[in-house]
Design a binder for this molecule. Structure first.
Ligand code: ATP
Length: 322
């Protein structure tokens, strides 16, 4: 391996810049030429590729988003799109890749390896934490902390007015953010896509808490939970109980912002480990974590399995919020 390419793909996540920086600086320290591919697979197909130097990585470790920009492409999902991408990579002499993204991005990387023998190591970057094979993904810790800050502020106003608040956090298919934020934020109830909470169960819990003297409550809900979005939940609660719940949808602020120390450290370690793995001849794998340890997981395994949020955090939050 003498020339490597690095790109970010799919949804952006805070800490991606720290991962790019680690790939570039460790790569150069190992006498590699490092190339940045802009807008993920879109830039790979459009030849938006440039050589990166040490100084290009200055002042980015603390910045959210991704300096390489990210992208989604349906063209790349077809073999012809990947032929175009592989031709550009080969023209630059790029002989290995580091892909920072989610499981869709890894499917693309796996296809490039199978069809064009371009080795790739994946680094999991997504706020959702829903990547099989890694306990933690880059961006999750920051997103949880950002959501938590917002919830703490809402709790102040909920408590002052004796109100029920329904706060919607991100997670279309995954309840990691909801369960972590719910437990850390002292929520009375948590709706997660993996969970089995119903409007009736939530109402029972809130009424019970009220009978014990609790005057305000917070429900955390993920975008993708079964009874519907936050406003649907509020409507169902109003119909069943007459309680007028206030809704707050946190939205994209959870994606942005300066990465936490934990995310910067995780991203730096994973980026460095990805380059190291390529130099040792590994490919078609993802760098993951198992506890504090970095591990290597075949991309095929990563993309064929789903990782579900643990419901025990929700049960604990329920007990603790009494
Ligand atoms: P996130 O879940 O955070 O949004 P992701 O990496 O899963 O991240 P996707 O939009 O699913 O995001 O995938 C990113 C890009 O990877 C897609 O736009 C597409 O170009 C490519 N990709 C996804 N699935 C495949 C596939 N099966 N084969 C080839 N390329 C794929």
């Amino acid at each position: 391996v003498t020339k490597i390419g690095v790109y970010t793909s799919g949804g952006d996540a805070p800490g991606m810049n720290a991962a790019i920086r680690a790939v570039v600086r460790v790569g150069i320290a190992q006498n590699l030429e490092v190339y940045g591919i802009h807008n993920g697979y879109v830039g790979m197909m459009d030849n938006k590729i440039e050589r990166l130097q040490l100084r290009d990585m200055a002042n980015i470790i603390q910045r959210g988003g991704t300096v390489l920009k990210t992208g989604r492409s349906t063209e790349f999902m077809k073999p012809e799109g990947r032929v175009k991408a592989a031709q550009h990579l080969k023209a630059f002499g790029i002989d290995a890749l580091v892909c920072i993204g989610g499981d869709g991005s890894f499917r693309g990387a796996h296809a490039l390896w199978e069809e064009h023998q371009i080795p790739c190591v994946g680094v999991p970057g997504t706020i959702d934490n829903d990547i099989y094979g890694s306990d933690k993904t880059i961006g999750f810790d920051t997103a949880v902390n950002t959501a938590l800050e917002a919830i703490d502020r809402i709790r102040d106003t909920a408590a002052s007015h004796d109100r029920l608040f329904i706060i919607e956090v991100m997670g279309r298919n995954s309840g990691f953010i909801a369960s972590h934020v719910g437990l850390a934020g002292g929520a009375e109830e948590i709706f997660a896509p993996e969970g089995n909470t119903t409007v009736d169960k939530a109402l029972d819990r809130i009424k019970e808490a009220k009978s014990r003297g609790k005057t305000s409550s917070i429900i955390i809900t993920a975008e993708g939970q079964k009874p519907g979005r936050a406003y649907d939940l509020a409507e169902a609660i109003r119909k069943k109980s007459g309680i007028d719940a206030k809704v707050s949808i946190l939205g994209h602020q959870q994606r942005g912002g300066s990465p936490t120390a934990a995310d910067r450290i995780l991203a730096s370690r994973m980026g460095a480990a990805a380059v190291d793995a390529l130099l040792k001849g590994y490919c078609d794998i993802m760098i993951g974590t198992e506890g504090e340890r970095l591990i290597q997981v075949p991309l095929d395994l990563v993309t064929k399995h789903e990782k579900k949020a643990q419901l025990d955090l929700i049960s604990l939050a329920n007990i603790l919020a009494t």
